[in-house]
Ligand binder design. Structure first.
Ligand SMILES: [Zn+2]
Length: 90
């Protein structure tokens, strides 16, 4: 039994899209890629925030480090999303 991540309604295994809210429900293979993608996107926004505030504060990592981390995470995010696309296309 699966639950929709968005509205928490119960879904059958065959349902790929939530009946209640229309959110796509990934299979097990897509789920791992989706988890990586969502983790990468969270880390991306954290590092982007660090990048923005880094010139204004002496605390935390330097501007260059934040810039490199942000680009690395952006690349990781794109790679993870490409992986999901390949799984769906077969
Ligand atoms: Zn839903």
């Amino acid at each position: 039994m699966e639950r929709c991540l968005d509205c928490n309604s119960l879904l059958t295994r065959d349902e790929k899209v939530c009946v209640e809210c229309g959110t796509k429900v990934g299979g097990e293979k897509g789920g791992v890629g989706g988890l990586v993608a969502s983790l990468a996107s969270v880390a991306f926004y954290v590092s982007l925030a660090s990048l923005i505030i880094s010139p204004f504060t002496s605390r935390g990592p330097g501007f260059t480090f934040c810039l490199l981390t942000t680009f690395a995470l952006l690349f990781a995010m794109r790679t993870a999303k490409d992986g999901i696309g390949k799984v769906k296309k077969r």
